[in-house]
Write a protein that binds this ligand. Sequence first.
Ligand code: NAD
Length: 456
Amino acid sequence: MSISQLMDQQKKYYHTGATRGLDFRLSQLKKLKQAIVERESAIIQALRTDLNKGEKEAYAFEIGIVYQEITHVIKHLKRWMKPKKVKSPMTHSGSRSYIIPEPLGAALIIAPWNYPFMLAFDPLVGAIAAGNTVVLKPSELAPAVSAVMTTLICATFEPQFIAVVEGGVEESRTLLEQPFDKIFFTGSVAVGKIVMEAASKRLTRVTLELGGKSPCIVHQDAHLKLAAQRIAFGKFSNAIQTCVAPDYLLVHRSVKDELLAYLQEAIQSFYGDKPLQSPDYGKIISRRHYERLHHFMNEGKVAIGGLADDRTLQIEPTVLEQITWDMPVMQEEIFGPILPVLTYDSIDEVVTMINARPKPLALYVFSEDKKVQDVLLERISFGGGCINDTLMHFGSTHLPVGGVGESGMGSYHGEMSFQIFSHMKSILKQTTKFDIPFRYPSSKFGLKIIRRLTKP
Ligand code: NAD
């Protein structure tokens, strides 16, 4: 079936109304969960093949997150779907007002390769919950996971409801030409712009989950040992390519050496003396990505790590010091196990440095001082983040995740996922028991009454 025939089928199916009812949505979410349960080991194996993800990371950060999301949605969907009553102003006497969430229609989800399962299925849960049909386009750079997801979807759903289109740029571009009602894209800023341009032709609603350089600030009063462990976890675990990983460190000059010593300790405790031989240490997704990262290792001075293996496409957890903003490693998102370190003397300096650049997707601050935490949260705009931790905000069904400015548009997870795949239809229901004549042109005192009811 061609992509445009698939589109036609989904549109027709959507217009039958089959996807709209609560029972249908709940049963499809349960079916999805069961299908994942049955293929858990195949998914884990595929994540190992594509990214050398260990079982713990594959479960905790891909499969487990999707289960959590499905369970949460099933529990709350009935309430979210209910029309929400709101007040009516005095000028609208006699009426009742409410907001009805309605599905948008046919949704397209384009996923990246770094969490190839979770970043495809998490938005899928939101799209089903909101009553849409879905076409899913996995990343061609994680072919094993793409194949497992295709098998799972084909065996569980009719293509008129949910289908997978595998492929790369060409397939993606063809999909972007179709009259979808919603596009949910996770990927790079550059491709995000292409997606938005394509969506603008039909004014299709988009959610863009993009990337960027996410800073991690370590203040002089931070609990340095814990900070080092949590930073090493955020930067080097999960196959070392996480969109919300700390991209670079901004460390108070007075604690830099101590922090680096703790970082070395943390890396060693996670991966031993030879991380490249650790069985669960991630690999870079492709040779092209590996080469790009390898070049960064010549910048500044290697403080920790520095080894790479061009046969396995692995790079050790590497920390670089003597880094300046004009170096290439500070000009683009790193997206790999290389952590440049810059120092600062005052929090004002930190604010100025970060605000001079595009708004980050995530920001992390390690400090025991609430004032320092508050100043950074208030004065810097970023997608989301943690105080005294890294990454963990992403895995909560209660916290919407998304970027701002160049790091993205729109947030999802939990109820927000339901909302971004829905249209909130506003309805005013007027009584016919009486009328309010002051609004009519014939009303003599109309203006006077309106002025009184809306006076400043
Ligand atoms: P990418 O933008 O290269 O690819 C993402 C998807 O877009 C893939 O499915 C790909 O096939 C498709 N695509 C690629 N080029 C295209 C084009 N020219 N036209 C249409 N479609 C195209 O991103 P990636 O390399 O897969 O992922 C890495 C990026 O994603 C990083 O920037 C990372 O920060 C970001 N990311 C963001 C989040 C988030 O939640 N905000 C999560 C993961 C990754």
